[in-house]
Design a protein around this ligand. Sequence first.
Ligand SMILES: [Zn+2]
Ligand SMILES: [Zn+2]
Length: 107
Amino acid sequence: MKPLRTQKKESLFPKVKKNIIQVRKQGDPPEEDLESMEGFICDLCLATAHRKGITQCPFCGRWVCRDVCYNEDELCCTSCAGVIKLMRESVVLEDLAQPVLEEKKKK
Ligand SMILES: [Zn+2]
Ligand SMILES: [Zn+2]
């Protein structure tokens, strides 16, 4: 029996939030590149990016460059994407472990 995908996503989000350290508050401005005056600094790779090329991660609040440090699949920075991947794997493991535990209780 496969668990519903929507259920899985709901249980995953708070777990991911718990495991990610917020670097910046949501809505806080990105670090300005004062040397080049050209744009903003990516919080992960420290490259300079223009305002349009930088985006704030909804999990950790880091401002990251879209080219290198933003994961389009997870819609967050590559750092958080790694945590999400780990959490997703652990959720899958929990899903597999639960029916076994319930069966033991019955006996
Ligand atoms: Zn970057
Ligand atoms: Zn992030």
